[in-house]
Design a protein around this ligand. Structure first.
Ligand code: RIB
Length: 315
């Protein structure tokens, strides 16, 4: 349902569909990032399940969501790693195509001593997912929320958003990694999730230097009435059809921030699918994102509901 009238749930069921990327994350830790032309010594290489789409699906499924994943991997060991991880999290991977002759997407990740990362993605099979795969899929049935990111072809993202919007589902779009997108995609989007840098680029203004009313007005100019802008240690700003609220951050000592935004997105999708308000969903997602920063890797750092409750209780 585009235009933002629905607070969650949706006319098409409480299930979640994620259409997006799956990557094997090749991770090395180093004291600091190398500069251009520089070599630094790192830790042992580890290969972990990742990819923004798969991470979102894993986060929502681990927390108890009814989640389906639509995407593509190669017929290789990395593909097995990714579908296996999603299955163990509880997600349905029948919609993940296994494509012969193409490598599964990979992400080369360096994590520094502060837990920050740099990531270079080789898309591999993610680029073989087509708009026809989306149009022909039966994975949309019973899905009240569709989660999207920009690590697959934009034409595929648009096709998925338009199909879900036509079905009356809530379309949740994470503009990451940031790219200019067609107005048709924003028109089919119910809830936009961006960090402050992405928001500033999209809206043509430094969102930290203007008030929330100005941000809301600029969002409305782009046809967006519901949005969450994450601001790191400043928490998140939630815009919901004329109202705006601030969700405070959950301070943690970060070990590795890889995939924290994807955990936030998965948790947001979960709570919107359960019919919660955008502000309440964002507050829950903030805790999940913070938890994810306390462990190594992306999916490997995501909590079950029981682990999240223990984390909350310990604070
Ligand atoms: O957002 C984190 C993810 O970005 C990693 O898992 C990596 O695969 C890249 O897609």
């Amino acid at each position: 349902m585009s235009g933002g009238g629905m607070s969650g749930g949706g006319a098409t069921g409480s299930g979640i569909l994620i259409v997006g990327s799956l990557n094997a994350d090749l991770v090395v830790r180093a004291e600091r990032f190398p500069g251009p032309g520089e070599t630094v010594r790192g830790s042992e290489l580890v290969t972990l399940p990742g990819g923004k789409g798969a991470n979102q699906a894993a986060a929502a499924a681990l927390l108890g969501g009814d989640v389906r994943m639509l995407g593509a991997v190669g017929a290789d060991a990395h593909g097995e790693l990714l579908t296996g991880s999603l299955r163990r999290a509880g997600a349905d991977v029948d919609g993940v195509r296994r494509i012969d002759g193409t490598a599964t997407g990979t992400a080369m990740i360096t994590v520094n001593a502060a837990g920050e990362n740099t990531i270079v993605v080789s898309p591999g099979a993610n680029d073989r997912l087509t708009a026809d795969d989306v149009r022909d899929s039966d994975a949309f049935t019973g899905r009240g929320v569709l989660g999207l990111c920009l690590e697959i072809d934009t034409a595929v993202v648009v096709a998925a958003a338009q199909r879900a919007a036509a079905d009356g589902a809530t379309v949740l779009l994470n503009l990451s990694p940031y790219a200019e997108v067609p107005d048709a995609l924003l028109a089919a989007t119910d809830v936009l999730l961006v960090n402050e840098h992405e928001a500033s680029t999209l809206l043509g203004v430094d969102v930290e230097s203007v008030d929330a009313a100005e941000v809301a007005s600029r969002l409305a100019d782009r046809g967006i009435r519901r949005a969450v802008i994450t601001r790191g240690s400043e928490g998140a700003l939630v815009f919901d059809d004329g109202d705006h609220t601030t969700v405070p951050a959950v301070p943690v000592s970060a070990v590795d921030t890889t995939g924290c935004g994807d955990a936030f997105m998965g948790a947001l999708a979960l709570r919107l699918a359960a019919g919660e308000t955008l502000a309440a969903s964002a507050a829950f997602a903030t805790v999940v994102g913070a938890y994810a920063a306390t462990g190594h890797g992306a999916q490997s750092s995501y909590p079950t509901l029981a682990q999240l409750e223990a984390f909350r209780a310990s604070r």
